[in-house]
Write a protein that binds this ligand. Structure first.
Ligand SMILES: NC(=O)C1=CN([C@@H]2O[C@H](COP(=O)(O)OP(=O)(O)OC[C@H]3O[C@@H](n4cnc5c(N)ncnc54)[C@H](OP(=O)(O)O)[C@@H]3O)[C@@H](O)[C@H]2O)C=CC1
Ligand SMILES: O=C([O-])C1=[NH+]CCC1
Length: 317
């Protein structure tokens, strides 16, 4: 018998629901602004053939979602070309007892990463795009993050229309069809161009890992909110001017200093952490102001989700 609990991907998938996941990451985002987050910038090691190993240790001090946890994640882009294809990102979380530091659970971390990243964007949209229209959602990139964001946003906000664009167009067509079927709706549509997808959208999610700055400022409606998910030091999904004309928010300042110098170099105006807005120390963007949430991912989000999953695993049979 293992001296710790092992929680598999399929078990994580059985346990998670959007409402508690959104609540958990909202606590995590707020913790960076209230002194309850203990975490360092992500450590990244470049492996042969440009594969990557990331480590994100952290401690979240919180009655409901507090946890001491560390996530190890690898990025092997060629996994997508395997037969059958495998995810490029693969993660595991070790969850430790807060009073002894002894490992109490190992949680497979791909579902956790997908759900928490989309839930963080939901929380950012809720606070940065408060009381603004949420009729049209545009999703750029129909990969793992594009799909999970489509599901999370439609579950939490019920947009009238959810447009999906992808470089390989067939993936956008297939995803829209599948989601309409799974969520019993006709809200999902695929678009042939980025411009058609983004035009008049109230909220935009970019998860395309592009180097080509796909979304140009003139395509974006004034007052829209953009969740920029891709993390890529050699490029951005948004053009430089979009960063310059928007109020830009992050998840944590230390991550910005460590990983987003290329975006600062565009002249981006980072005005706060999402947690600052939740905590009330920074104002949300006004009616006509365009906002960007530049998502990096951070350890305390993983802590909150690991605690939620661990607790649910004890009670849900
Ligand atoms: N902020 C956070 O917390 C997290 C961020 N991420 C980031 O999100 C991004 C997406 O990850 P994920 O969905 O898992 O990746 P996937 O491999 O599942 O999907 C990648 C997507 O990017 C598209 N793409 C790749 N290169 C280009 C290009 N040059 N131009 C246009 N589209 C392109 C692909 O299109 P096609 O189908 O044509 O290949 C595909 O839609 C990554 O940058 C990842 O690092 C991931 C997890 C957490
Ligand atoms: O937090 C995360 O899992 C990631 N952030 C950027 C790449 C993956």
């Amino acid at each position: 018998m293992l001296p710790y609990k092992f929680i598999s991907e399929s078990r994580v998938g059985e346990l998670l629901e959007w409402e508690p996941v959104v609540d958990a990451v909202e606590h995590a985002l707020k913790s960076v602004s209230t002194g309850c987050a203990f975490q360092s910038p992500r450590v990244k090691i470049v492996l042969p053939e440009s594969n990557l190993l990331y480590s994100t240790p952290g401690y979240l001090k919180d009655d409901k979602y507090g946890a001491l946890a560390s996530r190890v994640m690898t990025k092997f882009p060629s996994n997508r070309r395997l037969q059958p294809p495998r995810s490029a990102l693969n993660a595991n979380i070790s969850l430790m007892d807060e009073s002894t530091g002894v490992v109490k659970a190992i949680i497979q971390g791909n579902e956790l990463t997908d759900w928490r990243t989309a839930a963080v964007s939901v929380v950012a949209t809720k606070h940065l795009h408060k009381e603004k229209p949420k009729e049209i959602l545009a999703i750029i990139g129909a990969g793992i993050q594009g799909r999970i964001h489509a599901i999370a946003f439609q579950t939490c906000f019920k947009f009238r229309e959810v447009r999906i664009w992808n470089r390989t167009g067939k993936r956008a067509v297939d995803l829209a069809r599948k989601l309409n079927h799974e969520l019993k709706t006709d809200a999902f549509v695929s678009c042939e161009t980025v411009s058609d997808c983004v035009k008049n959208a109230d909220v935009i999610v970019t998860a395309a890992m592009a180097k080509e700055m796909l979304v140009k400022h003139e395509m974006v409606k004034k007052g829209a909110h953009i969740n920029a998910i891709s993390v890529n030091p050699s490029g951005t999904d948004l053009d430089e001017e979009t960063y310059r004309i928007s109020k830009v928010f992050c998840d944590h300042w230390t991550g910005v200093e460590h990983e987003l110098q290329h975006i600062i170099a565009f002249g981006a105006k980072f005005v706060g952490q999402v947690g600052d807005v939740i905590a009330g120390s920074v104002q949300a963007p006004g009616a006509g102001e365009t906002s960007i949430f530049q998502s990096l991912g951070m350890a305390v989000e993983d802590c909150a989700l690991a605690r939620l999953i661990y607790d649910l695993d004890q009670i849900v049979k």
